[in-house]
Design a protein around this ligand. Structure first.
Ligand code: SF4
Length: 348
């Protein structure tokens, strides 16, 4: 999606289009004074198309996406979608957190496109670029119309989110899951409250996200947790991994999938600046760990995956325990955990 795909918002808005910013008269920009939205500008646009094909879809587990927003006030420092803001001539740092593009016609457009004879009813993934349950959704309420359209067309879909606002649409999710395949994933990379406040400052706390997992599960919706990102040297200590997997297990999640932090251009600069400010002693270690590019070395990724899978097995997360009581063993005393870093990490 580029600006040239967008058309002019119809009338009735309080502010003129921000032509200077976007080089077109296709946008209505708004700000709201409520504490929840202070400092955030919403750019309301009318998209021409809402179901997007994923470039290189053969390498992805999904081929079609719907993204009603661009930019994300959840403001995760590491967010890989930051780069996409530069395609709109917007800043990938604070601009990504505070300049939010809202496709106000997304529900109507989706309903129309789902009804087209050319659409074959394939799976649609949401939350794959930015979070569709970010704070803006509380005001614009695009998701109820989107979910209603998917339900009415019995079109399979999945949602990945950090937003507890998803619970507002619980009834729609239950209704949709009665007629089609619905996959929900909630992202919880760690449970450390101090780390959460600085690195994911606009998100609901990990605890609240896991409460949302519990509620969805109690209503019969299968929810997996994407344990992402595991942040090297900040959330990867064995005691931290154990605490996180244990909390995920206690939430009733059906699966846990770990993903180590990756730092693509756009996210990398912003994350490294944050690291220099909050954890300057780690900067050189990160430069070495990510010397080859956007991804941590394979040995590191494999080590984290193995640790998380072992913990998941220990705490009984997975389809095998369906129907079993949700009794979660107490965590061991952190004093029992190894405190020295693995050899590989001391070398970098
Ligand atoms: S919630 Fe997701 S999309 Fe939003 S800033 Fe965080 S990582 Fe990016």
């Amino acid at each position: 999606m580029r600006w040239e795909n967008l058309t002019v918002e119809s009338g009735g808005h309080s502010r003129a289009a921000d032509a200077a910013l976007f080089g077109a008269d296709a946008v209505v920009s708004r700000t709201f004074d409520t504490p929840e939205f202070r400092g955030i500008t919403f750019h309301e646009v009318r998209a021409r198309s809402i179901i997007n094909r994923v470039p290189g879809a053969s390498r992805m587990p999904f081929e079609w996406t719907v993204n009603p927003y661009r930019g994300c006030s959840h403001a995760c420092v590491y967010c890989f979608a930051r780069k996409s803001h530069s395609y709109l001539d917007l800043d990938t740092g604070l601009g990504f957190d505070s300049q939010i593009v809202v496709k106000v016609n997304a529900p109507d457009l989706l309903r129309r496109q789902l009804g087209s004879r050319r659409w074959l009813g394939e799976h649609i993934a949401m939350g794959t670029n930015v979070d569709c349950y970010q704070r803006a959704e509380g005001r614009y309420r695009l998701m109820p119309g989107i979910l209603g359209a998917l339900r009415d067309h019995a079109n399979p879909f999945s949602i990945l989110t950090k937003g507890t606002l998803i619970l507002r649409d619980l009834d729609l999710l239950v209704q949709a899951s009665e007629v089609t395949d619905v996959g929900i994933s909630v992202s919880v990379g760690f449970t450390d409250p101090a780390l959460w406040r600085t690195v994911e400052p606009g998100t609901p706390s990990p605890e609240r996200r896991l409460d949302a997992v519990r509620t969805l599960t109690e209503h019969g919706i299968d929810v997996g947790v994407l344990m992402a990102p595991v942040i090297p040297f900040l959330s990867d200590h064995p005691a931290q991994l154990r605490a996180t997997v244990r909390a995920i297990a206690a939430s009733g999640a059906s699966s846990v999938t770990p993903l180590v932090l990756h730092l693509r251009p756009g996210a990398r600069e912003w994350f490294m600046a944050w690291l220099g400010q909050h954890h300057p002693h780690l900067v050189r270690r990160y430069e070495r760990l990510y010397a080859e590019g956007a991804y941590a070395p394979k040995w590191y990724q494999r080590r984290i995956t193995r640790q998380v899978h072992d913990l998941a097995q220990e705490y009984g997360i997975g389809p095998a325990r369906a129907g079993m009581p949700r009794r979660i063993p107490e965590p061991p005393d952190p004093a029992d955990e190894p405190v020295s870093e693995p050899t590989q990490l001391t070398l970098i």
